[in-house]
Write a protein that binds this ligand. Sequence first.
Ligand code: PMP
Length: 428
Amino acid sequence: MLYQRSSQLFIEAEKVIPGGVNSPVRAFKGVGGTPIFVKKAKGAYLYDEDDNQFIDYINSWGPMILGHAFEPVIEAITERAKLGTSFGTPTALETKIAALALEMVPNIDKIRFVNSGTEACMSAIRLARGYTKRDKIIKFAGCYHGHSDSFLIQAGSGASTFGIPNSPGVTSGTAQDTLLAQYNNIQNVMALFEANPNEIAAVIIEPVAGNMGCVPPKEGFLEQLRALCTANGTLLIFDEVMTGFRLARGGAQELYNITADIVCFGKVIGGGLPVGAFAGRNEIMNHLAPLGPVYQAGTLSGNPLAMAAGYAMLETLNTDREIYQRLEEKTAYLEKGMHKILTKNNVAYTINRVGSMISVHFDAQPVTDFDTAKAGDNAFFKTFFHNLLQSGIYIAPSAYETWFITDALTYDDLDTTLNAIDRATQNH
Ligand code: PMP
C-alpha cells in the first residue's frame, strides 16, 4: 500500500498547522510514519487520498457506532442545513433531543449541550464546585477528560502517547486542586478523602476507562466509589464521553446499575458533529445560569446541524432493539478470534473488553490501571500497527487507545481483520 499523496499532504500541512494536525494523536508520532489523509468514508470503511481502503476500528474515536455516513444522519444534516446553520436562539430541535436523551439515560432530569467532550467535563467540574462550594477534585491516572487545565494531570490518550503527563501551561494552583488516584484502587481514593476532609467537590471517572486502552472497572469498584462519594457529600461524575450510548442505551450507569450525580457525554451523542453534553438531577443542574450562579455558555451550543445529526443517531439507537446485542456479538467474535491467534503465535498479550470497546495490550499480566497499561510492549505495538495498516486495517496509532466496533462491520470484515492480525503476529 502506498501513501504518496498523504505524505505530500502531510508535508504541506506541517508548514501551516502545528505538527500538521489539529489533534495530536492523529500525527502518528506514537507509531512513526505519515498519517493517512482521509478523503471519504462509508459504513465500516475509510478511503484515503491515495485511494486505499481501510476497515476502520477508530470510527472518529467513537462516534460512528452505526458506521460512516449513516444515511439517516446525513439526510438530517442535509435537510437541516437548508434552513440555516446557526441562529444563537433556542430551537425546537434542542428540546426534542434533550427529551430523547433523558428518556434513554437513567437518573438525569436536565441536560445541557455543549460542543465537545472537553467542554462537557470542564463544565461538569465547575458545576460540581459551585454546587458543593468545594475546590478539589479526584481524577484517576490514565483517564482522559479532555484538554482543560484541571484534567491534564497524568492524563491518558494523546497525553500518554507523547509522554506529556502534566502539560506546561497548567498553573501549579490548578494542579494542586486535582488529586490523583489509581484506577481500580479504592484504598487510594479513601486515603485522599481522609487527607482532604470536606474539601472534595467531585470524583470524575471513566466508568470503563478507554484512554489507556480499555480498562474495565473491577467488580465492586464503582459501587464503592459511589458509597464513598455519598458519605462525603462529594459528587460522582461519570465521564461517559466514550461509554455513553455505546455500552448500552443508558450507558455505563445502566450497564452497572450505578447512579452518577453528573454524567458527561460526547462522541456518539453528536452523530459525528461537534457535540458534548452534561446532565444531572434538577437540584444540581438548576445551579447553572440563567437559573443559578454557575456560569456556562456557548455561541454554537445546541447548533441546529449538530442537534439534527445527534437526534437522528440517538433515535436509531433508541428504536433498534437489537443493536447493542449485535455490537456485543461482533466484538466477542473478534475477541475470541484474537485469543486463538495470539495464543497460537506465542504472543504475550491481554485483551480487555466491555461491549463494543476492546483493546489488546502486549503484556501477559492483567491490565487494571495506568501502570499496568504502560508496561505493554510498545515497540511491538508499532510494528503490529504498521502491519495492520498495510493490510488495510486502521486501528488507533497508539497503544493507549481503545478499538471502537461499529455495527457496519460484517463478519467478513472481522475475518479479514483476524487474518491480518495472524500475519502481523506470526514471526513474533
Ligand atoms: N472524555 C473522554 C472519556 C474522552 O475519551 C474524550 C476524548 N477522547 C474527552 C473526554 C474529550 O472529548 P473531546 O475530544 O470531544 O473534547
